[in-house]
Design a protein around this ligand. Structure first.
Ligand code: F1P
Length: 351
């Protein structure tokens, strides 16, 4: 099998995986609504490990923004080993996210939560027969996210869509929940339109460091894309909140640095100005956003535009494919195999 055989297939099949996941979520719609109706939880904690921790960061920010509930995210190891500095009082819903459903830290965090009678557990995974999918009061399983590769792509984006669906339903936004069905078609278009740009950037041997900027509901996604670049291509890769980049990390900008901005609409101008600063320092920039960004003072940037016409709350998954492809192509250009990243296993199991 050639290097990247599975990862390529998994990245490009995301739209189909999303369609199947959304059908599964629609079948669980009433269970999802009843969970909140029956328990009236005051706060939500999202948890996972590695990619699924970053997914939890993104899910917590979006869910709080949409529902007004206090939402936070922790690595599962923090909940397991440091419950005193992570769990809070009040009726809590714990949303545990895991591709495999058997990561030890995640299982132990859930067991500690249940043993402490801290609230209600909802699990979200891709494998129904695994331990996690038996622990929750509600266990959502999205098998279309299953994958062969170690580094998550299709699993991450499908599970992330699952948390977006939760936020829409718990916010009473059935209209946005229904609009999610339009996401896969836009995803397909983004993959087709920008595959060559992602390949060009991924294969650019003149780049030696990557910065991923994202804020609010997009910060966790910036962390995930940075991890993809690290896992797949063994490159210097770091995520930052947009405005934080000026407070030190900007010192690392050179002509061999690519800064990828997950630009919002709501704060597009502020975020664009950070990318302008990077361009002024001679850094390379890729701006990913919904619409064409106003031309900036430092010449044109390389841009990815979704043009989805969808609400900002439900279209964040569209930031993932191009970033995944840049990491994927860089891995191949370095002669690595993104299907089997160096030093990594697909599941971390502890004794
Ligand atoms: C969690 C995880 C992945 C990581 C690697 C090792 O797995 O840390 O996020 O990319 O594959 O396992 P899971 O709990 O989501 O199955």
């Amino acid at each position: 099998m050639e290097n990247g055989h599975f990862t390529r297939q998994e990245i490009f099949s995301q739209p189909e995986a999303w369609t199947a996941a959304l059908k599964d979520l629609d079948q669980s719609r009433q269970d999802i609504l009843d969970l909140k109706g029956n328990h009236g939880f005051e706060n939500i904690i999202f948890t996972g490990c590695g990619s699924t921790y970053y997914l939890s960061l993104a899910a917590a920010a979006l869910t709080q923004e949409m529902t007004g509930l206090a939402c936070r995210a922790f690595p599962a190891s923090e909940l397991w080993l440091y419950p005193g500095s992570s769990f809070t009082a009040g009726t809590t819903l714990l949303v545990a996210v895991s591709r495999s459903g058997e990561t030890t830290e995640t299982l132990r965090a859930c067991q500690s939560f249940l043993d402490g009678k801290r609230g209600t557990l909802l699990t979200l995974s891709c494998c129904g027969g695994m331990p996690l999918a038996k622990m929750g009061e509600l266990n959502l399983v999205l098998p279309s996210g299953q994958e062969q590769s170690v580094a998550q792509t299709r699993a991450f984006s499908s599970l992330y869509l699952g948390t977006v669906a939760l936020a829409c339903l718990w916010a009473g936004r059935e209209d946005l929940f229904a609009s999610l069905s339009k996401i896969p078609e836009v995803g397909s278009r983004v993959l087709k339109t920008y595959f060559s740009l992602a390949t060009e950037l991924g294969r650019d041997a003149g780049l030696d460091r990557f910065f991923w900027l994202g804020s609010g509901p997009r910060q966790g996604l910036a962390c995930e894309l940075s991890l993809k670049m690290k896992e797949m291509s063994l490159s210097h890769s770091e995520p930052f909140h947009f405005m934080e980049f000026r407070h030190g990390p900007k010192s690392m900008v050179t002509s061999s640095a690519l800064t990828i901005g997950l630009c919002s609409t709501v704060n597009g101008q502020q975020e664009l100005s950070v990318l302008d600063d990077v361009k002024a320092l001679g850094g390379r920039v890729l701006a990913i956003s919904e619409t064409g960004l106003e031309s900036s003072s430092h010449g044109s940037k390389q841009v990815v535009r979704f043009g989805s016409g969808l609400d900002e709350a439900i279209r964040n998954v569209l930031y993932l494919p191009v970033g995944q492809l840049i990491a994927f192509e860089r891995s191949l250009s370095k002669g690595l195999n993104p299907d089997r990243p160096t030093n990594l296993d697909s599941v971390v199991k502890l004794l």
